[in-house]
Ligand binder design. Structure first.
Ligand code: SAM
Length: 281
């Protein structure tokens, strides 16, 4: 396990992922029933953007750095508020030094009966994550293989909620594991919402992944993507996507507002948005 999210925290891909995460949670909060978020690849929780790793790549500057400085149209600002408020909550002095990862963004948005299960396999990282939630009875941090947990932890007893699957893509076969993991979990919990993050680097692999999702027989898969530049000649993270199964009915409309704003704030020449149903209800 060589992947260290600290090099990438707050980059454009985190911004897209955490924007979608916050919109889904905002929707789940419209109904009174408690929900659970299962974060299968949770990371360490909080990232110091002045630290060596983040400074070395500077990726956050092209992500959350740019978004925080962008003049946002009113509708997009309102939709982004839950996410950006979470980021601001970890930077009470103003500016941006700390970036909250998915478990901290989620925790910030939970109500008192909602729960988070955060899974992180790296032993030291899971301890770091656990320390953020010491004494917090709404959060369980587990040092487990997220792929196994994905099958074993659904359905949650709340019977409402979201499974976020955000693997590092450092090994061959992550696209296959995403499809296989979804199919297995969906069989056990067809009513859950699933958000599967993926990199846009190898475009043939991305197209094959989308096609395979379309062939799973699982209905209601909305594919959301942002390419921040035209395809590079060398393999490079040119974009990212999130396939959302059972999305809130408002998500498509909300992302139609947000994606162009994110593209303008974060994109270079040739940037492009994608919003498409891979399978329909
Ligand atoms: N979801 C986090 C966020 O948005 O802030 C970032 C997660 S990062 C992309 C992927 C994480 O998965 C890394 O922290 C890595 O240590 C962890 N990881 C790698 N393999 C894993 C596995 N099989 N099960 C659980 N976690 C794993």
């Amino acid at each position: 396990m060589n992947y260290r999210h600290a090099f990438h925290a707050g980059n454009f891909a985190d911004v897209v992922k955490h924007t979608v995460l916050a919109r889904i949670l905002d929707y789940l909060k419209r109904k009174p029933g408690a929900f659970r978020v299962i974060d299968t690849h949770a990371g360490i929780g909080l990232y110091d953007l002045s630290g060596e790793e983040a400074q070395r790549t500077g990726e956050w500057r092209g992500g959350i750095g740019r978004l925080m400085e962008a003049a946002l149209p009113a509708e997009a600002a309102a939709l982004l508020a839950p996410y950006l408020d979470a980021v601001r909550a970890f930077n009470p002095q103003g500016g941006i030094r700390f970036y909250p990862g998915s478990p901290l963004v989620t925790r910030h948005l939970l109500r008192e009966n909602d729960r988070l299960t955060a899974i992180e396999l790296h032993p030291q990282d899971s301890l770091t994550l656990k320390a953020h939630f010491a004494g917090d009875w709404q959060v369980r941090v587990l040092a487990l293989d997220g792929w196994l947990a994905l099958g074993a932890h659904v359905p949650p007893k709340e019977k409402r909620g979201l499974v976020l699957v955000d693997p590092p893509f450092e090994k061959e076969g992550e696209f296959d594991r995403l499809v296989g993991g979804l199919v297995k979990a969906h069989r056990r919990w067809p009513g859950g919402t699933y958000a599967l993050w993926y990199p846009v680097k190898d475009r043939a692999a991305v197209e094959a992944f989308r096609a395979r999702l379309g062939e799973t027989g699982i209905a209601k898969i909305l594919d959301i993507s942002l390419d921040i530049r035209a395809p590079s000649s060398e393999p490079r993270l040119d974009g990212c996507g999130i396939a959302v199964v059972n999305p809130p009915f408002v998500l498509e409309e909300e992302m139609a507002v947000l994606l162009p704003v994110l593209r303008d704030a974060l994109g270079e020449d040739g940037a492009k948005t994608g919003l498409k149903w891979l399978t329909r209800p």
